[in-house]
Design a protein. Sequence first.
Lengths: 576, 303
Amino acid sequence: MTSVSIRIAGANGDGVESSGALLMKVAARNGLHAFGYRGYQSIIRGGHVWYQIRISDSKLRSHGEGIDILIALNQDAITNQKSHLNSNAVIIYDPSKVKVNELDAAKFKLAAVPLLDIAIEVSGDPIMRNVVALGSALRFVGVDIAAFNDVLKKMFSRKGDKVVESNVKAAERGYNCAGVSTLYGIKGDGKQRYAMDGNTALSIGAYASGCKFYAAYPMTPASSILHWFASHEDKGVMPKQTEDEIAAINMTIGAASAGARAMCGTSGGGFSLMVEGLGLAGMVEAPIVVVESQRSGPSTGLPTKTEQADLLFVMHASQGEFPRIVVAPRSVEESFVIASNAFNLAERYQCPVVMMMDLFLSEHVETIDQPNLDAVTIDRGKIVTEQKEQGRFKRYLITDDGVSPRSLPGTKGLEFVAGSDEHDEVGDLVSDAFSGIDWAVDVRNKMHSKRMRKMETMLRNEKGMFVPHIDADGDYYLVTFGSTAGVAMEAVEILRSKGRRAGLISFNYIMPLDEEATRKALEGKKLINVEGNYTGQLAQVIRLNTGIKIDSHILRYDGEAFTGEWIASEAMKIMG
Amino acid sequence: MMIMSDAQNANPAAKPRQVFTSGVKPIFCPGCGDFGVLAGLQKALQELGIEKERVVIVSGIGCSSSMPHPFSTYGVHSLHGRLLPVAAGVKLANNDLTVIGTGGDGDGYGIGVGHLIHTARRNIDLTYIIMNNEIYGLTTGQASPTSLVGAKTKTTPFGSIETPENPTGIALAAGATYVARAFSGDPMHMAQLIKGGIEHKGFAIIDVFSPCVTFNDLNTFDWFRKRVYKLEQVGHDSTSISAAMERSLEAEKTNWDKIPIGLFYKVDRPTYSDLDMTLKNGPLVKQPAPSKQQVLDILEEYK
Ligand SMILES: Cc1ncc(C[n+]2csc(CCOP(=O)(O)OP(=O)(O)O)c2C)c(N)n1
Ligand code: SF4
Ligand SMILES: [Mg+2]
């Protein structure tokens, strides 16, 4: 595998993000694999932002540790990025704007391209300098200029021929500029791919499985899900921006109770506000899907940085005990697959499903193959339209599997009241007037056991779902969950290329956990726990469920995303 | 006052009267004002003749929030202060349903007041009945947001020093399109106002003085009876928001001497469902999941 990491760095407002997105599209449409990740702050203008796109001829799982090609749009880009430059890195810069004397010229390839002059010359618009720079970068990578031109044509055709023409000209001038030549020669396989981030894949997965309602209050890094639903309102989904996250989850419960597939989403702070609602969904057995995209905490934390520190919180959020499912997609592809399955699980077991994302997975863009749409099935669970027995409808019928028949408002004869207080089979309360009376105590026992039994039913029915996944045999295994799995797999590949026998054990369906299968997967192996938090939360879950204690940890909580190289080098220290 | 519709009077056999009672006994203390609201809502639903399977009564937590249980309709007895978002979710998912909110003053004007403002301004087609007893009943008698200055409660044993909230004023300012106030001592008048609220297309709020006979010995049935008067009898113009606002301030201005009940304000404005793009194709619950081709079309955006 050969790969090259291009980092575009500048200030907010310099078009860094759109340039990155453009590069992702060029890769996706030309049979290349690419992985893009963004560094930014919570300010709208100024600051220092970067977008790193790694391009390769095979599947990538991280944006890479260092920089092979830096597009420096301002002086800060040199100052802040020089420590990340790989040896022999190419620096593309405009000599009229950026000075490179702080760099050791012997160590790098300095490509002075008159970005602004060219931009003004071909279009009169200084922002076109980014296209010039991308043209130069693609020449270094070895991507055919025609590929870039195709994307520019597709992207700007709506704006008219003149705009397309000046873009193409700018690209070609950058491509053919003196001092710019092919260094890598990475070839694509001719297969067109999609470029999207985890939140987009999740949104499309939810859409594909019939999710009609999405409620949220804006919060990074979940906001883009709300943006997705808002921009696809004409495709038959209802986005609802609410006054707060409390309203978001309660509206979702209302919509789900009425029979729509409904979802809400937020980050940890908003999820804190949703906690009481989560318990309501558990108690009234409403099938909702909640997205929790983690960012650095506690409190407001680092709003634009990643972390995986909400796992234990989500698993235990809200008072009392109730069945819930906690899932953590391990990749962009899996964000689609798990989102589309989440609604089936929610409806089959009539309980909340929480999807754990994080800023890294929500926001990094990856080239992916077409999702398998034939695998998207819709199972709405035990929705009924009649009851054979006489009398009031038993919405909370005590059943062996814990799942009761469910009627939707509008269905004649099956009316019931869903109560957040403890209730009997028809939904009548046993709380205020009767609590403590023998028969009511009995009802409570039976009803609570009925609900909790659903956890056992899930484990029994969804064979092979709530188990860890083992990739590659090794002397040592990296153990991780969610978004870190992909990067950890890259670390495994790096370790193996260095002759180390390493494997990976990763978790995606985390709660309920199949204890037996988990113990079997982990027992007797040398384990290294890799997580984006301080306390090793997955390791705690594993210990609680299996008694297995993992002693080696690679933990990261500085807000930066893991990379394969970093994990591999940390693992080497442990493996000796 | 005539409550029964003319059609039913003329031919009682034309449409069999539905029974809206589930047989569940209300948990209210004997003499509680909430019995009047129960009767008023039963009456309004019977008069309107909406099929009971199309009615969803959503409540929060409090004595008053136990309201859905004696009804044979659908219901959600949700969380303290959260009935409006739950009700809005039900309505947005299926706008063929008639959705009614029932809760207390603590529930709607205290912990949940934020939702009141936003649900009102969105003009979601709900009918929201608040049993305002100026006290927290279920938690045994603490001050509520509408407790009067000087009110002695468990949490204000030396008398409340906070200015009470003005519910109708807030609802008007927030953009509610139907604002009324009723008194549990006059369930027939209340039933009319509730009926009007259900028939109204848009967010209707009915603040009901519903005395707590156990924990509030200040705002009793008698106390209200001496003070309330009906807006219908004084020629109030319910199409004028400034007249409505003026009436909303009257109780405070007269030091609770004169308290208007009746319809303060009613205006026709498109509801959220009328304006929402997605609902042009019918209720959400009736819209099918996308075809494979529709998903592929969306994926195309990411090539
Ligand atoms: C989050 C939360 N906080 C507090 C409570 C306790 N609680 C239950 S009902 C209630 C107040 C009830 O007052 P009101 O809404 O006026 O209803 P009433 O009983 O007077 O009809 C309170 C504080 C709760 N159930 N949930
Ligand atoms: S405590 Fe007050 S509000 Fe509650 S039921 Fe009794 S009288 Fe009614
Ligand atoms: Mg009260």
